[in-house]
Design a protein around this ligand. Structure first.
Ligand code: GTP
Ligand code: MG
Length: 406
């Protein structure tokens, strides 16, 4: 029996993946990702559901289901469920409607608006991370970098044909482990870039480990396939030896061959990003309490502290008070990643904030305060806590020195 991947079926039937997953949920078919395969019987059911919906029939309810046919799910544990479901379909009025929804209060997250995925690009030095982003942004950032090596974590917002995607570039140099770890923590999806002529290298393994530790879904981009010495098959085999089995070898790892030079495969990569994002069902509350993370920060001699903050929840407005580490500030200006001044920034927006009094460290959490008084209080509390901790350490050190004698 032939099998079809969920996203392929969605494409063939002209529906989005979210819709497809909704139908599968309704049918009680389990799946691991949009690249999971489903059986022919399930495909028939889905087609029927869609046809009836299109005909204005009962949504998600095939009335003339071949009810005796159990729905085949690829995962064994789903089979019991689907068979039970199928059994319930034998009554003429039975439908494959979903289980009763829990009370709205039990799942408020479902009600929140979607937000753009934050995608981090990680991998070994020179494997083409920045070039790949450049291609996506149609800009030339790599050419401007000192020595062509990414020195910091840059965040970029790209409008792709699949909607807004936020990319975070990370350096491949071995001195930047913490930056990569941070990139993995801020991201919803990790793209692991592996050069087809070089395969798995130390920082590739490290990037994979960061993504795994952060429980971020991974997509592998095998880059530089335009090179004559490119050997994408070797990369796939090497990945398999790390227990990361590409789809075409029967696993669940999405592997996309690309060339940042020619652009080959880049559209596919974007497609896989949006597929994965859909499955993650990313949502945030633009009206909620603000929370963000410092991506990078520097001090400009004239302007002062310029911090790039990723908005995770809520919305930043010019004039808001923010607290980060032991500093606070009132937002004087917000700049988007294209250099344009903006008045506010919602979830999944990387934004440059002008107005911090002190230079925050990358990875620090940013919170908002109602007013300057509250901001000062929060900072004073943090400073107090730190001093207490330092004093305690100082006392320990002193007593150690006393013990050791002159
Ligand atoms: P770090 O930031 O230093 O870790 O490097 P990176 O991974 O960002 O690599 P970068 O984009 O700077 O590319 C490194 C080199 O590989 C540059 O000379 C690029 O021109 C080249 N390169 C990147 N992608 C491709 C590609 O698809 N094909 C070919 N032939 N060369 C590429
Ligand atoms: Mg780079």
């Amino acid at each position: 029996m032939s099998k079809v991947r969920i996203y392929n079926l969605a494409r063939d039937l002209g529906v989005d993946n979210g819709k497809m997953l909704e139908i599968l949920d309704g049918l009680g078919v389990s799946y691991k990702s949009v690249s999971s395969t489903i059986e022919d019987d399930t495909v028939d059911l889905i087609k029927q559901i869609l046809e009836e919906e299109a005909a204005g029939g009962p949504a998600q309810a095939p009335t003339s289901t071949p009810a005796a046919e159990p729905v085949q799910a690829s995962a064994p544990q789903a089979q019991a469920e689907t068979q039970a479901q199928a059994a319930s379909q034998s009554a003429p009025t039975a439908t494959v409607e979903r289980m009763p929804e829990p009370a709205p209060t039990a799942s408020p997250a479902r009600e929140l608006p979607h937000r753009a995925p934050v995608v981090t690009i990680m991998g070994h030095v020179d494997h083409g991370k920045t070039s790949l982003l450049d291609y996506i942004r149609k800009t030339k950032v790599a050419a401007k970098e000192a020595g062509g090596i990414t020195q910091h974590v840059g965040a970029f917002e790209a409008r792709t044909s699949k909607g807004r995607v936020v990319f975070i570039d990370t350096p491949g140099h071995e001195a930047f482990t913490t930056i990569r770890a941070r990139g993995a923590n801020v991201a919803d999806i990790a793209i692991i870039v592996i050069a087809a002529d070089d395969s798995l290298m130390p920082q590739t393994r490290e990037a994979i480990a960061h993504a795994q530790a952060a429980k971020v879904p991974m997509i592998v981009a095998i880059n530089k396939i335009d090179l004559p010495q490119a050997d994408p098959e070797r990369v796939k085999t090497d990945l398999t030896s790390l227990n990361l089995v590409p789809e075409e070898y029967g696993g669940d790892l999405i592997v996309v061959p690309v060339s940042a030079r020619t652009g080959e495969g880049v559209e596919d990569l974007l497609e896989y990003i949006s597929l994965t994002a859909e499955l993650e069902d990313l949502r945030a509350d633009p009206g909620g309490e603000f929370r963000g993370v410092v991506i990078e920060s520097r001090v400009d001699r004239q302007a002062g502290v310029l911090a790039t903050v990723m908005v995770q929840e809520g919305t930043l407005h010019v004039g808001d008070f923010l607290v980060v580490g032991e500093g606070y500030g009132k937002i004087k200006a917000l700049t988007d990643t294209n250099g344009g001044r903006i008045k506010d920034a919602g979830p999944s927006t990387p934004v440059q904030v002008l107005g911090f009094s002190e230079n925050p460290s990358s990875g620090e959490t940013v919170r908002s305060a109602k007013n300057e008084h509250q901001a000062r209080e929060v900072v004073a509390g943090r400073v107090g806590d730190r001093r207490d901790a330092e004093e305690a350490r100082g006392r320990r050190r002193l007593s150690l020195e006393e013990m050791m004698g002159p």
